[in-house]
Design a protein around this ligand. Sequence first.
Ligand code: ADP
Ligand code: MG
Length: 597
Amino acid sequence: MSTFQQLGLNEDLLNGISDLGFETPSEIQQKAIPVLLEEERDLVALAQTGTGKTAAFGFPMLQKIDINSRTTQGLILSPTRELCLQITNELKLYGKYCKGINVVAIYGGASVTDQAKQIKKGAQIVVATPGRMKDMISRNLVDISKIQYSVLDEADEMLNMGFYEDITDILGHTPTDKSTWLFSATMPKEVASIAKEFMYNPIEITVGNKNESTSNVSHEYYMVNGRDRYLALKRLADANPDIFSVIFCRTKRDTQKIAEKLIEDGYSAGALHGDLSQNQRDLVMKSFRNKQIQMLVATDVAARGIDVDDITHVINYQLPDEIETYTHRSGRTGRAGKTGVSMVIVAKSEVRKIKSIERIIKRQFEKKDIPSGMEICEVQLMSLAKKIHNTEVNHEIDKYLDSINELFEDTEKDELIKKFFSVEFTRFFNYYKNSKDLSVSESSSSNDGGERSSGTDTRYFINVGRKDGYDWMSLKDFLKEVLELGRDDVFKVDVKDSFSFFNTEKANEEKVLAFFTDFKYNGRFVNVEVSENKGRSGGGRRDRGRGGKRKGNDRPRGEKRSRRSNDSNKPEGRRSDRSPKKGRRSASDRPRRSRRK
Ligand code: ADP
Ligand code: MG
């Protein structure tokens, strides 16, 4: 394995890399960087998401361009605004010590004039979405006639999104003797034809192809409102009484939270994540292997080594940041010749990812509805009937039979069965009788992230508004970022001139208020208070996990609450390993794939 130094990168870049905390180059970086540094030639690189492609083209480009010139020398095309910003941010970080470098992002939905101004200052590298790029070329706001390097990032995605013509148009404005570097996760016809048309004798690099899924796992997805994830999880568990599963969450905090909620609601669950001591983790794993724990809630990193055979279900409570992680997750079931089910609970806003996963695993998902309350009651009832049917009689009971018979003297068999079953069934029934339908359809409309139920959220007043340059989107982004909340956690954002309102789940109230006790922004205190105004539309009633307790306290309790580290809200793994002193809290620090809408 080589180091970044051995790949031939200069001191300025190495310093940037060390600040970022990158230790060893990823496979694609090892393969691409030396070639791109040494030769002026075209490249086609196939590698999955999360393999470090940005640096694979970013480092060579930063090293090769002439920083002393203000001419635009590098053009990176990428499919979405979010990716565009993400790449721009990354490049800025990589080139932190490259004095004089100017990387500019060009994308739709923002002011053309501002972007043109930035370009005019002299941008050696432009990162652009095809639509806006084409627009700016046609208005002579950007000149790419002298570029030496062009990158087509996520080429398959760009073509999927219908950018073929824009791309060919844009490339038509670039010199023929430039180098073109194409990065893609897959190589469909259209990508091949772009390569053929615009590239000369490209080197091809392919990285890893272990993403194909085993065939005895079936894949299902369930679309729900973001808020209903936990309820959906419970239903999936209740609809599968013999479930023995790993439930994957994205962050340590969610992992702990979900496990605690499940335990509180009477399920035999446990948490497995990096904030637990080795000893705690060993205990949880032991209980899981012994099947004392039916539902193991885990982060990807912590679950990496799990090799337990009989797992019936893998539940993706949230999709992983990097979709190829999905293969690792689903591979936990369907082992040792058994069949398994991998379920994904997905919000409407991320349903596109299912398609991307299908491409990677080369398998189809089945879209299913979250079982209704009555369906669950039926399953539970039949499961109970089977259990009773198969139960071996304990003859200790014999001696009490006379007294019991006496009590039931006037009860018919059917009546007796009904009574008997009601003992167990009524709990489920009462819990589920008024439950709502949790499934959402692809076409149902949602306002800023889905319908909310009333009663469980808190509405806040905040003393910033349009005057401070916010609209609902940017205020929502701002709040999510400073509060370290997930994409669905801030909602009903309503921006007025000098103040605004927003909601969070009641559970976040303390955190929100605590954060804003002495928070200053642009030199003034930002004041947040709980508002009496309950927010726009109210939602329907919803079952809240009360009264639905099942199973007693004699169940294994799983893990004790653990101390929480500061980064427990971040995806576990690489990102949180990053040296904290750099304090990167930029857009690129958010869950990776959420940048794509
Ligand atoms: P891709 O474009 O292949 O999906 P990215 O370039 O976005 O992947 O990289 C994924 C994440 O991995 C980013 O957060 C990036 O900063 C990080 N990363 C890239 N290269 C390395 C490395 N060599 N070591 C550690 N982290 C890396
Ligand atoms: Mg990328």
